[in-house]
Design a binder for this molecule. Structure first.
Ligand code: ADP
Length: 447
């Protein structure tokens, strides 16, 4: 009530002043009492007018909707303005906090690796994050308010949405036909729906690869096992001459060799996958690797091919010796196996201008058609299965090479033409190659 007394006093003073002035005027006109009454009324009227003007100013400020800078008046209107302004300020601060929380919440959903789409009770799009927009082929701004089934027409999704049975996710091909999506719906609020999408293309591909891999391994092992079982059966049920017995034992040894090579390649792959990255500071002389590979290749060829190995370069490679040896040996062995008698196999080394290095294995063999090139490093992929098996191949050699090179920060490049021959190139990055004379050329730089 602290506004009441001043206001009352002000009105009283205005009334008294008006009354006094009216009394003076009234005396002059011969009616002092009537003058005092009129003057007092005018004084009160003036006080009320001032109030009305202040009230009007306050109303105008409220109508304009500015939460700050309320008219600064004393008394009742000042009190009104002050309280209203404070309430508005509080509400504005509250709204600002809410806005901030909402924006943080949306940023968190935006950062989710899953797609999030919000639908209202009529299945119209209320909001979606960038991942959902990407998965479902939506425009996060333009498509707001659109019925989702107008934009996402996959029959599997539409049926799932309309079924109301969302215990399990549904999978379907994404709008670009390049991905497989898994979508789960959850209900919230009043008929609203939360649609969560995941791109499961990679997961399905990995699962399919694992299934294929197990099937391939089983198949590869079953074949020699069947042959062995047949020989064992024959040897135990038939009377064989010594020559026949020796021939069978030789064939059985070939089959067990084949299984051994396969198991050894599988173990190599498993080791490559499970072991830490090769060290970037353990240096292996290329010379030693090439000498060992050359020896093995000449033994395998048994004089059927012409070889050209480089003058041993004074170069060292950073990494794991066994892996590097296996990568080079696989390429040279393949060159021998896929080059007919009389063919030529050249192995060359060169430093690249960027400081890296490349080892090329070139042959004049049967070559590979273009359509196979991108698949050569897949496990068990063979262009000609029977030739591969006849020559002791497992279909894992180039998969191992690729893996080794990736682990060493390098890569495998292939060029080939059917009937003319092939070039397989191992490329190492600058940090993993150093020249022995001028060392440390690139020493210690991790690839
Ligand atoms: P494999 O054990 O069957 O040789 P790889 O993974 O080493 O398996 O090679 C995959 C396939 O690539 C081979 O089956 C073969 O068809 C082809 N290939 C590899 N190297 C050569 C080459 N030098 N010349 C022709 N074809 C090759």
């Amino acid at each position: 009530m602290n506004w009441f007394l001043p206001r009352w006093l002000l009105t009283l003073v205005a009334s008294l002043l008006g009354g006094a002035a009216g009394h003076l005027m009234g005396r002059w006109l011969g009616a002092p009492l009537a003058g005092a009454a009129v003057g007092s009324g005018l004084g009160i009227g003036a006080a009320v007018l001032v109030d009305v003007l202040r009230g009007h100013r306050l109303m105008r400020w409220l109508r304009d909707g500015h939460p700050v800078n309320a008219p600064r008046d004393a008394g009742l209107w000042g009190e009104f303005a002050y309280r209203i302004e404070r309430a508005l300020r509080l509400r504005e601060q509250q709204l600002e906090r809410e806005r901030e929380r909402l924006s943080q919440f949306l940023s968190a959903i935006e950062a989710s690796p899953n797609g999030v789409l919000l639908l209202d009770a009529g299945d119209q799009i209320e909001w979606c994050n960038a991942v959902a927009a990407d998965h479902l082929g939506l425009d996060a701004r333009r498509d707001l308010g659109q019925p989702v089934t107008n934009l996402l027409r996959s029959p599997a999704f539409v049926a799932y949405l309309q079924s109301g049975d969302w215990q399990q996710p549904v999978s379907f091909t994404g709008p670009g036909h390049a991905s497989t999506l898994s979508v789960l719906i959850r209900r919230y609020g009043e008929g609203h729906k939360l649609v969560i999408s995941q791109d499961v293309t990679e997961r399905l591909r990995t699962e399919a690869m694992r299934r294929d891999f197990v099937a391939n391994v089983s198949h590869e092992i079953r074949t020699p096992l069947t042959v062995l079982a047949g020989f064992i059966e024959t040897m135990s049920s038939l009377r064989l001459t010594e020559v026949e017995r020796q021939r069978m034992l030789t064939l059985m040894a070939q089959q067990t060799d084949r299984m051994q090579v396969l198991v050894s390649d599988l173990l190599t792959l498993a080791q490559l996958e499970g072991s830490p990255r090769p060290p970037a500071d353990r240096w292996v002389p290329l010379k030693g690797l090439l000498q060992r590979v050359e020896g093995d290749a000449r033994t395998l060829s048994a004089g059927r091919h012409v070889f050209e190995f480089p003058h041993p370069p004074d170069v060292e490679l950073a990494g794991t010796e066994a892996e590097l040896l296996s990568a080079i040996a696989n390429l040279v062995t393949n060159a021998v196996r896929y080059t007919p008698e009389g063919g030529r196999i050249d192995v060359g080394w060169r430093l690249r201008p960027d400081g890296g290095g490349e080892l090329e294995v070139r042959d004049t063999g049967i070559g590979i058609a273009r359509e196979h090139l991108s698949r050569l490093t897949e496990r068990f992929y063979r262009v000609d299965g029977s030739r591969s098996r006849e020559t002791g191949g497992t279909g894992l050699g180039l998969a191992i090479v690729k893996h080794v090179m990736q682990r060493h920060g390098g890569e495998l490049e292939v060029e080939s033409e059917p009937g003319k021959g092939s070039r397989f190139r191992l490329v190492w990055p600058a940090g993993r190659v150093r020249s022995v004379q001028s060392q440390p050329l690139n020493a210690g730089v991790a690839a």
